[in-house]
Design a protein around this ligand. Sequence first.
Ligand SMILES: Nc1ncnc2c1ncn2[C@@H]1O[C@H](COP(=O)(O)OP(=O)(O)OP(=O)(O)O)[C@@H](O)[C@H]1O
Length: 248
Amino acid sequence: MTPALEAVDLARSYQLEGVSVDALRGVSLRIDQGEFVAIIGPSGSGKSTLMHLLGCLDRPTSGALRVNGTEISALTDTALASLRNRTIGFVFQSFHLLGRTSALDNVALPLVYRGVGKVERRARARRALEAVGLGHRLDHRPSQMSGGEQQRVAIARALVGEPSVLLADEPTGNLDTRNGDEVMAILDRLNADSGVAIVLVTHEPEVAAHARRQIHVRDGLIELDTANRQGASAGGVAPEDHREEGDG
Ligand SMILES: Nc1ncnc2c1ncn2[C@@H]1O[C@H](COP(=O)(O)OP(=O)(O)OP(=O)(O)O)[C@@H](O)[C@H]1O
């Protein structure tokens, strides 16, 4: 099966006041369809940079990235945005919802950019909200919801377009333990039921423990890439080592 994401020797440097910062120094990895992966590592190690590259929100300084088999380097920005919209969903620590817009319309929004008609948009948004247990909150605005509910709206929005991959950057970072646990239980279930691959960045070992594979990043490189047999949906294929040949 075509991998959901395949990175080969991915590097990203930033220019900061004439000085080059090598945030990522050559990362190769393959994320298969349906995987559940946690990316962990110290502050400043390059986790967010890697997530931005994998999510095509940024382009690498060098190296190659294939998204569902499509190599992105030759794509125009418009073509890349379209590929991203169709294949990748994002969840952020701070939810990023439109504050004055109902949950239903927040979730339906990505489908506007795909040209889906209003009736179908709303029907799909409703189903996505029901899938995260918010079928009774369709008309609530974010300010009328708890943090955990807002993050569930953000998850519904990320998944309404049925992407291959969900990228989540510290999805429980702004939540208390109970809401964080609830969000992780939803991610476990969505991964098991819909087969969406999940890649999440976290500082919390309890959150990383949900994943079946843990990638440790340090100083812009993959330090360790291990299977976690205790991961949430154990019973799937436990990957031994998904780094590309020549890595490390
Ligand atoms: N826009 C930028 N301009 C310059 N340097 C940057 C930029 N973004 C990140 N960096 C640097 O790149 C390195 C990696 O940053 P990154 O945000 O990817 O780390 P991280 O592992 O996600 O950290 P944290 O856990 O604190 O969020 C750091 O040294 C950071 O200072």
